[in-house]
Design a protein around this ligand. Structure first.
Ligand code: NDP
Length: 328
């Protein structure tokens, strides 16, 4: 019998947490044969609600779930963690400046990074979902000097999945026919969903679409602004699809990409494609045996270059701002 994998989830009492935990416990994070122990981390005000969620998890009698513990101390929450999903974050509230948002999140992600450094398992893999995800991941990574930097990643898989779905709707293809789509840059309105290297049933997606105006004026803004459209329609932010993308991100990282395909992940740049080293930016990546590699050698046309550069410039600004605040 396999040793259970310790999975720490922060913000466990939130909306995304509620959509996430039951699927982790039923095998959708790591695989249908991998037992898990959940470690839920909340702030003190969230503890009671997290206990309620844990009661419901108990009531499911999930065969793979080997334990649930709840903490409000990151040093305990990350003890022995093999996978950490950092979901809880300080949301931007009305009138809040970017500096205030970054420093509020620094107060969360810096101690969490330090706790991961001190207490997580040697094979720890971290996914940051809480926004601003890329820069929160950078803050946590900088606070964990003993953990290889590449273990800290940020979620752009929801953007990736949204882009596949939009492209499928436009072309009438099945989502499973779409491969090699890429999200570049920041998980923000500047993100760039790139179809120039994507394939639809083996044909180049940009050629199938053959409509640059649709790309620039419909596809890209629809993908980038989908979160706001869902809030407008649903009266609440996208929680189930965000949770689903978090599961996809970790599942692909652990279990590998299919031959001939890749996925999108926010990962520390190694300088590829002119993205400054160290910032956590979304790239096309392949994964195998629990490791990822940035896809190399893609031709970047002018249309793509301008958009990648704009999103990366925003990430550089965010990095400089957190550096100025002493958070990295
Ligand atoms: P959600 O569970 O809805 O969202 C959590 C975070 O995920 C937010 O930062 C949100 O960003 C982000 N996010 C990323 N992608 C998406 C997406 N596609 N759609 C929606 N959100 C996305 O927030 P709740 O307020 O329901 O719950 C947050 C929980 O976190 C609370 O229980 C709170 O107590 C807890 N918390 C825990 C901390 C800790 O463990 N130390 C620290 C801070 C909070 P955005 O705001 O941009 O939507």
């Amino acid at each position: 019998t396999r040793t259970p994998v310790n999975v720490t989830v922060t913000g466990a009492a939130g909306q995304i947490g509620y959509a996430l935990l039951f699927r982790i416990a039923s095998g959708h994070l790591l695989g249908a044969d991998v037992p898990v122990k959940l470690r839920l981390l909340e702030i003190p005000q969230g503890m009671k609600a997290a206990e309620g969620t844990a009661m419901e998890l108990d009531d499911c009698a999930f065969p793979l779930l080997r334990g649930i513990d709840i903490f409000d101390d990151p040093n305990k929450g990350f003890e022995g963690a093999n996978v950490a999903l950092l979901v809880g974050a300080r949301p931007r509230t009305k009138g809040m400046e970017r500096g205030d948002l970054l420093s509020a999140n620094g107060g969360i992600f810096k101690p969490q990074g330090a706790a991961i450094n001190a207490h997580a398992a040697d094979d720890i893999k971290v996914l940051v979902v809480g926004n601003p995800a890329n820069t929160n991941a950078l803050i946590a990574q900088a606070a964990a000097p003993d953990v290889p930097a590449e273990r800290f990643t940020a979620m752009t898989r929801l953007d990736h999945n949204r882009a596949i779905s939009q492209l499928a709707a436009r072309t009438g293809a099945a989502v499973t026919d779409i491969k090699r789509l890429t999200i570049w840059g920041n998980h923000s309105a500047t993100q760039y969903p790139d179809i120039f290297h994507a394939e639809i049933a083996g044909k180049n997606a940009a050629e199938v679409v053959n409509d640059e105006q649709w790309l620039a004026e419909t596809f890209i803004p629809t993908v980038a602004k989908r979160g706001a459209a869902i809030i407008e329609a649903r009266g609440a932010s996208s929680a189930a699809s965000a949770a689903n993308a978090a599961l996809d991100h970790v599942h692909t990282w652990v279990n590998g990409t299919a031959a001939g395909d890749w996925t999108s992940m926010g990962v520390p740049s190694d300088g590829s494609y002119g993205v400054p080293e160290g910032i956590i930016s979304s790239f096309p990546v392949t994964t195998k045996d629990g490791k990822y590699e940035i896809v190399q050698g893609l031709d970047i046309n002018e249309f793509s270059r301008a958009r990648i550069d704009a999103s990366v410039a925003e990430l550089v600004e965010e990095r400089d701002a957190v550096r100025e605040l002493g958070l990295i």
